[in-house]
Ligand binder design. Structure first.
Ligand code: 5AD
Length: 448
């Protein structure tokens, strides 16, 4: 962050939990603060302000943050003037619990209060002040006109939609992020152009149900048509789409543009129609299969991943087996598999008792992970002998003699540094795949 404005010397460290949107929100907070003269601290020790940007989607995420907060008390003890703030979805949901369990927290603010962050931090500095709390949700807030503070890089996020209107019965998001609203195309394109000018090669458009995007007459496919025109941006990704808002027009747009990557994260949640209905997912497994078939017909090499919840209230062994069967039919490249976590305030927590015992949930999850791992391993193995186009990210973490990057279809690919040629992050290379694990492709650079 540049050191301009009226508060020279204040340094902020932001720690982020949860989804990509939270990472993007942390960049937004960084941007808001940088215009007021804050700079980024390299670590907690050197920070005047420590912000923990939190997730509320499962209980475990929240427990982790409480654990983290007790650890961070150390910084308050050593330097009482340090401001400790909790931001984001868990702050929105648990404002009182946070101030009770961690009374030394100075600031608790929800996802729609980031514009006011500098003033709220000022308030925190008043002597003996109670924690400053701002959890107002705002139907109109899209953070237009605020530039996120993005570190120099090649790949970044642009939030195109905030909030969610779907109200899946298990999900806390609509309660903590408020109603769905689209960011204007002008704002999105300004950000993309700005990123391209700074050397970014890849953008990922973010929204809770990103393809439900609407702004005046612009739908998500229209938005993609504009984003692919941004010169310098070579790859466009987006996450996460909602199945029933996947229009034929969107499929056609994806098929038409090479820049739009051949990878889709399409949350299924369950393979059982009964469970899907209780989740209020608005589609049947058959409709989901048809959507996957249509997408694959239009974009033959597309890779897909998904989210699944096991142990949703009332899930029978048959329901569970239908989920297994769905994973085996679709064969996702990989999957995020979760145990159901009851969230206060959701429809499911009020009306659908969480009756399944932990042991059954654990067994179903473990066995599903095993099935999916086998599928992923087969899919990755099948890539041996093919050539993939990779955007170089940097040195492999395991071995400095190797580089790594993602293929167009989002597979982490590792390959030896070529001799006599220095590759930089953001360069594109063709890699012939010679080996694979269930999550990584290994290969060597080939010309062409
Ligand atoms: N319990 C378990 N998993 C959940 N998810 C959302 N809410 C819950 C919950 N209450 C999962 C869904 C979603 C992903 C981001 O998190 O699978 O797609």
């Amino acid at each position: 962050m540049p050191n301009v404005g009226q508060r020279p010397g204040k340094r902020v460290f932001i720690e982020t939990y949860g989804c990509q949107m939270n990472l993007a929100d942390s960049e937004l907070m960084g941007g808001v603060l940088s215009t007021r003269g804050y700079t980024a601290a390299p670590n907690h020790d050197e920070a005047d302000v420590i912000l923990i940007n939190t997730c509320a989607v499962r209980e475990r995420a929240e427990e982790r943050v409480f654990g983290r907060l007790s650890h961070l008390l150390r910084y308050k003890n050593e330097r009482p003037e340090v401001i400790l703030g909790v931001t984001g979805c868990m702050a929105e949901r648990l404002r009182e619990v946070i101030t009770e369990r961690a009374p030394y927290v100075d600031l608790v603010i929800g996802p729609d209060a980031y514009r006011r962050l500098p003033e709220l931090l000022e308030q925190c500095q008043e002597v003996d002040a109670d924690p400053v709390i701002d959890v107002k949700l705002d139907r109109a807030e899209t953070y237009t006109g605020l530039t996120p503070e993005r570190r120099p890089g090649i790949s970044g996020w642009v939030t195109v939609q905030r909030g969610c209107d779907k109200f899946c019965t298990f999900c806390i998001v609509p309660f903590v992020r408020g109603r769905e609203r689209g960011v204007s195309p002008e704002e999105i394109l300004t950000q993309c152009r700005d990123m391209a000018a700074r050397g970014y090669k890849e953008v990922t458009l973010l929204g809770q149900t990103v393809n439900s995007y609407k702004h005046e007459d612009t739908d998500f496919a229209d938005l993609l048509e504009e984003v692919v025109k941004v010169e310098g941006i070579e790859r466009v990704r987006f996450t996460s789409p909602y199945p029933t808002d996947f229009t034929p027009k969107l499929i056609a747009t994806m098929a038409k543009h090479d820049k739009i990557c051949n990878y889709l994260h399409l949350p299924l949640q369950s393979g059982s129609d009964r469970t899907l209905e209780e989740m209020k997912r608005l589609y049947t497994s058959g409709e989901f299969f048809k959507l996957v078939d249509d997408i694959r017909a239009a974009i033959p090499d597309i890779a897909m991943s998904t989210d699944i919840i096991v142990g949703f209230p009332g899930e029978t062994e048959e329901d569970y087996e239908e989920t297994v069967a769905a994973l085996e039919r679709i064969r996702f490249d990989f999957a995020y598999l979760f145990k159901y976590s009851e969230r206060d305030g959701t429809y499911a927590s009020r009306k659908l008792p969480d009756t399944l015992d932990e042991k059954t949930k654990g067994r179903r999850l473990a066995s599903l992970i095993e099935r999916q791992e086998a599928i992923s391993a087969e899919i990755f193995q099948n890539r041996i002998g093919t050539t993939v186009r990779v955007m170089v990210e940097g040195e492999s973490r395991r071995d400095a003699a190797d580089l790594c990057g993602r293929s167009d279809d989002f597979k982490m690919t590792v390959f030896p540094k070529p001799e006599g040629r220095e590759l930089m992050p953001g360069d594109f290379v063709n890699v012939r795949i010679t080996d694979a694990t269930s999550h990584t492709l290994l290969g060597e650079i080939v010309e062409g």
